[in-house]
Design a protein around this ligand. Sequence first.
Ligand code: PMP
Length: 319
Amino acid sequence: MAQTVSPPATDAVSRRQQSWVYFDGEFRRYQDARVGLLTQGLNYGTGVFEGLRAYWNEETQQLYGLWFPEHFRRLHQNARTLQMRVPHSVEELCRITTELLRRNQSRETTYIRPLIFKSAEEIGFRLHDVPDSFAIATAPMGDYVPTHGMRCMVSTWRRISDTMAPPRTKCTGIYINSALAKSEALQSGFDEAIMLSESGNVCEGTGENIFVIREGVVTTPPASDNILEGITRRGVMHLFREELGLDVVERSIARGELYLADEVFMCGTGAQLAPVTEIDRRTVGDGEPGPLTTRIQHLYQQIVVGANPKYLEWVTPIW
Ligand code: PMP
């Protein structure tokens, strides 16, 4: 009997299993890098991670790592918060990641996930006097969120505050907060959530920082409003100042300002530059990505693939 043979959905899985990762001092196959069920980092969320991207430039056949030193510096700082020590310097981490991408023959846009976690396999949690494991894995990644116009909702979940756990760090456990808001948004038919702080100010997306533009004034929430101090955010602020001659005002933003904005966009390593065209069923501006957002987005898209000579120091050629 004739059977329809669907393409093996297992392709990506087996590719991942065979891919190289860096784990506790050596390069191994993904399938050979395992953790035990009682690992503290898995049970209690006691880990710190980073997210980097390397962009494939089809024209020049080159892969460009974006802001590698900045991400690894943040990893070092964040690890200290959880009383961990990353076993490599920033320079070594850049070298290891480059080698990893080469081993994986990465010739497409790729996400890079460094992770340090409490590796003791025993019941009970604490930060001090527990061994750490350190890993880096990679995975091909296109758009993480729509980049042509996102529909967002203001989440019913509030962004975690620094009185509970440090929101400036990329601690794994803290991401339950983002996951709750993300699922609520997606299951309600939106693309992304906008989270408010405990005091009701606009904070950020679930994995992105947010910018709000009104009458030519660009604003973004300050670090003191419990945001993650995004590396993309910093780069975007630089581009506004240097390329568009516009200052970015860091100040608390009220929810109602979202509805009055001419332009809103989110940014992050995963999200890249993502215009927001609808919030809580109200169109932002005229419902299309705004002119300033579009200009920044184009600049960003050029820079990340090493196509803007002025910003070559932001990227590391891998090949
Ligand atoms: N906020 C949160 C909660 C995030 O997880 C991220 C992604 N790291 C960002 C903002 C954006 O940060 P970055 O630009 O450094 O990727």
